[in-house]
Design a protein around this ligand. Structure first.
Ligand code: URA
Length: 211
């Protein structure tokens, strides 16, 4: 059975996503909202990480607590828009290791071209979370997950903010075992490969690179 698609419908996430989508939202506001959204999403994405018992001493007594088992989480940002989700997630998982997969989209074929790959060491001991705000055709997400899956992490998840049905279907076909976390499943892709209604080009809006 294929892993679940988790739609994070927490009211705070939905409220901030609506503000983020608005075309009048400034670059500064877009960055702030994306940071807050990614921190909120990190809670959901890490909900089932395995825990182990540890012995500790409080100022009052010896006790046992629970801590995340194994090595640090690996956050893998798909360049460049995935960077927009990184800081917010790191506020919640500050010890995470960070990797990058550099992909750009050939505007004619809409296919991803890889230009950079750097993953943390010891991926086999890590829970990997691949992050990219927009799941459109799914081609970039599939290419990134192919690369990260080949490093054999202990577990693998994918997080995006907005997804298109086409991208979800493609991703689930290629990586049926990877749980997907998204804040919204939108209507469709347009002829330019943009998600409708979406929020436009997440990279351009985050970096302020569109005139
Ligand atoms: N990438 C984006 O940034 N936005 C889309 O709508 C589709 C792909």
């Amino acid at each position: 059975m294929a892993a679940a698609v988790h739609v994070i419908d927490h009211p705070l996430v939905q409220h901030k996503l609506t503000l983020l989508r608005k075309k009048t939202t400034s670059t500064a506001e877009f960055r702030r909202l994306l940071g807050e959204l990614s921190a909120l999403m990190a809670y959901e994405v890490t909900r089932d990480l395995p825990l182990r018992e540890v012995a500790i001493e409080t100022p009052v007594a010896a006790t046992t607590g629970r801590m995340i088992d194994g090595r640090k989480v690996a956050l893998i940002a798909v360049l460049r828009a995935g960077i927009g989700l990184l800081d917010g997630m790191l506020t919640v998982v500050p010890g995470a290791r960070v990797g990058h997969v550099g992909l750009y989209r050939d505007e004619r074929t809409l296919r991803p071209i890889e230009y950079y790959l750097r993953l943390p060491r010891d991926m086999r001991d890590r829970d990997a979370i691949v992050i990219d705000p927009m799941l459109a055709t799914g081609h970039s997400a599939i290419a990134a997950l192919d690369r990260v899956a080949a490093s054999r992490p202990r577990s693998l998840r994918f997080v995006c903010l907005v997804s298109a049905p086409e991208g979800l279907a493609n991703l689930r076909e290629r990586h049926p075992d990877v749980p997907i976390f998204t804040a919204a499943i939108d209507e469709r892709l347009n002829e330019h490969g943009y998600i409708v209604p979406g929020l436009g080009d997440a990279g351009d809006r985050y970096f302020g690179t569109k005139a």
